[in-house]
Design a protein around this ligand. Structure first.
Ligand code: SF4
Length: 349
């Protein structure tokens, strides 16, 4: 009897359907699979709906962990926040329709997976990419770019569209059967949904236009504003988190306001009280507001009037607004709330 050792692969698991199907297809070919998920800070996964009170009814789950549990594989969640900055700030291949550097991002993630693969002695890498699915990173001409720039070369297998691509090393070596790979292409999700049904997956995450906030226009505009205001293309994880939460207004070039829209967001913003001067209304219920920048005394007055505008006292003649410094010292201002038409649209980010 000839004994053959089982081959192994590391699968990029985003928490979405495609990467789940790709991993499962390889498991069906008797490949030992472990998953890898990268935390960049921009992930859509769970963050805002975990904060907002109106989303309380939604099931909160980490979809990447859910995929791992459903497939019965080990998942490695890796924090790449610092290294990923370079991808967002200086993408060699540029941005997509918003601030999404998808091609550089895919190359980065596959490169990290390749590094992990060699350190852990796995045979190849699996991704859920589909030709033509995304305009920037998932095109026939960009598939080899990712394989090449990541250093994964022919050890990168895309089981969902592998039939359209040149044979990879695992196919050439007979570790996997090319005939069992799929030939999906294009933007339609129907083939994936049919395959999911065939595999018995029902409760998977529905795609929502992109796997990270960088595909979102409002979010991207806020990031650009942050860089312009600081005169520097850089960010910290706190910045990335705060750009996702609340209303953002820039009434003057020198300061910006982050206004909690409801209880969950106010609670979240409370966590940043020591990093920002903040405001809250005292004479009526209202938002927690963080102030970012250097404010003059007239800016403080204006910020208090805007804070009052978003409170339940917006129609009152006067509202008491407390301004609290980073070290917790409070001061009360009595202000007339601005009316809606005193807040120009271009203050909103
Ligand atoms: S949508 Fe975001 S996470 Fe997904 S490939 Fe593009 S930049 Fe990367």
């Amino acid at each position: 009897m000839i004994m053959t050792s089982q081959r192994s692969a590391v699968a990029l698991i985003s928490g979405g359907l495609d990467s789940m199907l790709a991993a499962k297809l390889m498991m069906q070919q008797n490949i030992y699979v472990e998953g890898i998920n990268f935390f960049t800070g921009f992930c859509v996964e769970g963050h805002t709906h975990a904060i907002r009170k109106k989303d309380k009814q939604k099931t909160k789950r980490n979809n990447a962990l859910w995929v791992a549990e459903t497939l019965g594989i080990k998942l490695h969640i890796i924090d790449v926040v610092d290294e990923y900055k370079y991808v967002v700030i200086n993408p060699k291949h540029g941005y997509g329709s918003n601030m999404n550097p998808c091609l550089d991002c895919k190359g980065f993630m596959v490169r990290k997976a390749q590094q992990w693969r060699t350190e852990n002695n796995f045979d190849f890498i699996i991704t859920g990419e589909v030709i033509g699915q995304r305009p920037m990173s998932q095109r026939k001409d960009t598939m080899p770019v990712i394989a090449h720039e990541s250093g994964a070369f022919d050890r990168l297998v895309r089981p969902l569209c592998g039939r359209h691509l040149p044979a990879t090393l695992p196919e050439q070596q007979g570790w996997i059967d090319r005939n069992q790979l799929k030939g999906f292409s294009g933007r339609s999700r129907k083939p994936q949904m049919a395959l999911a049904a065939e595999m018995g997956f029902v409760d998977y995450a529905q795609p929502a236009g992109g796997c990270c906030f960088l595909t979102d226009k409002t979010y991207s505009d806020r990031l650009i504003d942050l860089w312009q205001a600081r005169n520097q293309r850089d960010y910290e994880l706190d910045d990335v988190m705060l750009l996702k939460v609340g209303r953002h207004l820039r009434p003057c070039p020198n300061f910006k306001m982050i206004v909690g829209r409801e209880e969950g967001e106010n609670n979240f913003l409370e966590g940043y009280r020591r990093q920002f001067i903040h405001m809250r209304t005292l004479s009526c219920a209202g938002p927690l507001v963080l102030l970012d920048g250097e404010l003059t005394s007239s800016d403080i007055e204006l910020a208090a009037q805007i804070t009052a505008r978003f409170s339940q006292g917006k129609s009152f003649d006067e509202v008491d607004v407390e301004m609290i410094s980073k070290d917790g010292v409070g001061r009360v201002l009595q202000v007339r709330p601005l009316s809606a038409n005193q807040i120009p649209q271009d203050w909103y980010l």
